[in-house]
Design a protein around this ligand. Structure first.
Ligand SMILES: *Cc1c(COP(=O)(O)O)cnc(C)c1O
Ligand SMILES: [Zn+2]
Length: 422
């Protein structure tokens, strides 16, 4: 059974039955799942959650599924890492990283797709599909394989190899579209009108997006039932950002955490930062952009939930930051070299944003900070190929020691060099 009771338009408040629909017929606003929170409060407690499975499904009463048999590849309940080295480097005392690199298909999208694929089966669809910037394609294909569903995944043709292979391996029909993500998405809306498929991020988006709430629940639980002072979230369509905010508030309303002091910060790459621009201009309108950044998973020029993100920025006294591709690469290296976490470009965006927020004094050294690391670096290797500088040697000890000596001399020279003089 499910505690979901209806879909409701986020713009005009009209209610709809729980069907595979996603826009309001009257005002074209997006639909969102409503729950019977009184019944949820009676049914679950911190204790019952604590004894649940070590996956995102420990929060099942707060997710909109009916069936007992969920489509599950064991996504979620990922580590919340206390990042001591990185904190020290940045001058922070309480920095945590939510490491969603280690999900089964290597990004947080497994949380959304696990819910969406379960709903697709409940609705009787035999095919799931998506428009993807990469990670979603991998996750949809993996869940389809697990559930015995057919899968069609649509991606921009020039995507990183790690994401293309990372989706293709599960055997979906892979459709490479010669165009940008926004064009892929537009095409998929037309395909969704014509074919009776469950497009996880189109016609069953209200259910799909609910999966992201678990990234708030887990962080709150892992912090000992509290919400952080700051959350830094990489933003593409804005869905993840909005659902983390919703998740913290649901926990507060259920009495699982005392309050939500969290200031929400948007992390985008400068080359695809429509929300950052609107925020900087104090505008309520999002002007679409043509993305150009190495952070491909965030490269959405026309963010569906941008309007809601702006509202949350205001409500939470948050901020929005656009970082350069150079900073993205630096962020990826910094994260790997301080904490041993190899994140994809979106993780670099998050770390670069964190760095800026500390430098500008928005984040104070004693405050509790959570940075969301949402995807794995093995999928975006192209971005950091420059780190590969091996000692190339013959298979002999002599050759090794010669190379070692040269390397050490090089380091000494480097250390002796007067800063500024080359
Ligand atoms: C999809 C994605 C996001 C954010 O997506 P939203 O559309 O804003 O929900 C963030 N990081 C990674 C790695 C992603 O794949
Ligand atoms: Zn409406």
């Amino acid at each position: 059974m499910s505690y979901a009771i209806a879909l409701r338009c986020r713009r005009c408040g009209r209610e709809y039955p729980l069907e595979p629909i996603y826009v309001c017929e009257f005002c074209f606003g997006p639909l969102e799942v409503m729950y019977n929170y009184e019944a949820i409060a009676r049914a679950i407690s911190k204790k019952s959650i604590g004894s649940g499975p070590l996956t995102m499904w420990r929060y099942r009463p707060l997710l909109p599924v009916e069936s007992d048999e969920v489509v599950d590849i064991n996504g979620g309940f990922t580590p919340l890492v206390k990042a001591k080295n990185l904190a020290k480097k940045l001058g922070l005392e309480q920095l945590y990283l939510k490491n969603d690199c280690v999900n089964p298909s290597y990004s947080f999208k497994d949380r959304n797709v696990s819910v969406a694929a379960t709903k697709a089966k409940e609705f009787g669809f035999d095919t799931i599909a998506c428009a993807s910037t990469g990670n979603l394609a991998c996750s949809v294909a993996a869940h389809a394989a697990r559930a015995g569903l057919k899968a069609f995944v649509f991606i921009p043709a020039d995507l990183e190899k790690g994401k293309v292979i990372g989706a293709a391996i599960y055997g979906p029909t892979l459709v490479a579209v010669k165009g940008s993500y926004d064009e892929v998405n537009r095409l998929c809306s037309e395909v969704a009108d014509r074919y009776n498929w469950a497009f996880v991020n189109i016609n069953i988006r209200p259910y799909y997006s609910e999966g992201s709430k678990t990234l708030a629940y887990e962080v709150a639980e892992q912090l000992g039932w509290r919400a952080p002072d700051h959350a830094i979230v990489p933003v593409a369509s804005g869905s993840l950002f909005a659902k983390i905010w919703k998740g913290f508030h649901e926990f507060a309303n259920l009495g699982f955490i005392e309050r939500v002091p969290t200031r929400m910060h948007v992390a985008q790459a400068e080359g695809s930062a429509p929300i950052v621009h609107a925020y900087a201009e104090g505008s309520k309108e999002i002007r679409p952009v043509k993305p150009n950044t190495i952070a491909r998973s965030l490269a959405i020029g026309n963010p569906a939930d941008g309007h809601f993100v702006l509202r949350i920025l205001k409500e939470s006294n948050g901020s929005a930051c656009g970082v350069t591709d150079e900073e993205v690469v630096e962020g990826m290296k910094l994260l790997a070299q301080t904490e041993g976490i190899f994140a994809e470009t979106a993780g670099g965006v998050t770390i670069a944003t964190l760095k800026r927020l500390v430098a500008s004094g928005v984040i104070k050294s004693h405050e509790l900070v959570v940075a969301y690391i949402t995807g794995n670096g093995l999928k975006t290797q192209e971005a950091v190929e420059e780190v590969v500088k091996p000692l190339i040697i013959q298979p002999s000890l002599g050759s090794f020691e010669q190379a070692l000596k040269k390397e050490q001399q090089g380091e000494t020279l480097e250390a002796q060099r007067v800063p500024g003089k080359k």
